[in-house]
Design a protein around this ligand. Structure first.
Ligand code: EAX
Length: 327
């Protein structure tokens, strides 16, 4: 009772703060992401904003805060929980610390290709994971995309797991990724993305791993010599909405948000594919030495002990259900 009253009071304050007084009121939403406006996240955010504005006839507008302006991905997700950020486009990197069910999607060598990932995430398995978000104070509107991740470093060209021994590699703040990298003999160094460029520049870490679109967008070619197309893990992205916004919407408006997020996700995926297809040539022009055909089978084999742990933790049946999708 007490809490309900406080919540109602807070909601009232929030509505007044947003200038909402009636059905015609407009609502400007803050959307944050970690990359530049020209990146796949920026393209996705713009597509979502246009669609939401169109569907709602201008009632809902989106203001973009690119390039970590609202903090790193973990901080932005926290912001969505408490309502200081309305919408976040984020990799799954830190999301498993909030919604543990997303962690299964972070297992290396789980998804064969983009089509496989889309079939899983847009199908029942992915939708069941999105359905868990409200239990953790978040709304998962749609699966977007970050892309298959590739290893860069400043020490040597990487072709086999022997080459990764002793490297200090920045990982996302993600337990599954850290566990896997440990198995490759690297020193996994979890770090928020906004700190990464400087850490690479100053040699605090030797390397990092990210999709081609991120490596391009973040100008990592300026601070990394070697790129290996390891494609060791698919990196999903999520479009997350603050429950404080969601709870104030009518059913029709909720539908608009879902439809707009789907449009954003589709645009994001298209841009990821474009960068993956064309970006390596650009990175070579920028001076990176590229190993295009590393021994991926050897990397996958080296991860067996980590896979055994993941099977125990997440359930072999669940992992198989993902692997067997579309087979
Ligand atoms: O979401 O932290 C990361 O490496 C992410 O891939 C990046 O911020 C894009």
């Amino acid at each position: 009772m007490f809490h309900t009253t406080i919540k109602a009071a807070l909601a009232g304050v929030a509505l007044v703060a947003l200038g909402i007084s009636g059905a015609q009121a407009q609502q400007a939403l803050k959307l944050g992401y970690s990359l530049a406006p020209t990146s796949h996240y920026g393209v996705g955010a713009t597509a979502m904003a246009e669609e939401l504005e169109r569907l709602s006839d201008g009632k809902f507008t989106i203001e973009q805060f690119p390039a970590n302006a609202l903090g790193g991905e973990r901080e932005m997700v926290e912001g969505a929980q408490i309502g200081t950020v309305d919408i976040v486009i984020t990799s799954t990197g830190p999301v498993g610390n909030f919604v543990p069910d997303t962690l299964i999607t972070d297992i290396p060598f789980l998804f064969r290709d983009y089509e496989h990932a889309h079939a899983v995430l847009d199908g029942p398995i992915g939708q069941e994971i999105l359905a868990q978000f409200p239990n953790h104070g978040l709304i998962g509107l749609a699966w977007g995309e970050n892309g298959f991740r590739n290893l860069t470093n400043n020490v040597r060209p990487i072709r086999t797991p022997e080459d990764t021994q002793g490297l200090k590699v920045r990982t996302m703040e993600n337990q599954v990724h850290m566990r896997a990298f440990q198995e490759l003999g690297v020193l996994p160094t979890p770090m928020a993305f906004p700190e990464l460029f400087t850490a690479l520049q100053q040699g605090t870490v030797d390397g990092q791993e990210n999709p081609i679109g991120v490596i391009l967008s973040a100008n990592f070619s300026q601070v990394q010599d070697h790129l290996t197309l390891t494609q060791h893990v698919y990196s999903p992205a999520l479009i997350i909405l603050s429950p404080i916004v969601w709870d104030g919407l009518t059913d029709e408006e909720k539908g608009w948000f879902e439809e707009a997020a789907a449009a954003g996700a589709a645009a994001m995926r298209e841009k990821v594919r474009e960068d993956a297809d064309n970006g390596v040539a650009t990175l070579k022009e920028q001076g990176m030495q590229v190993v295009e055909d590393p021994d991926r089978a050897a990397f996958e084999a080296a991860l067996q002990p980590a896979f055994a742990e993941f099977a125990e933790r997440f359930g072999q049946d669940k992992i198989d259900a993902i692997r067997n999708t579309g087979m």
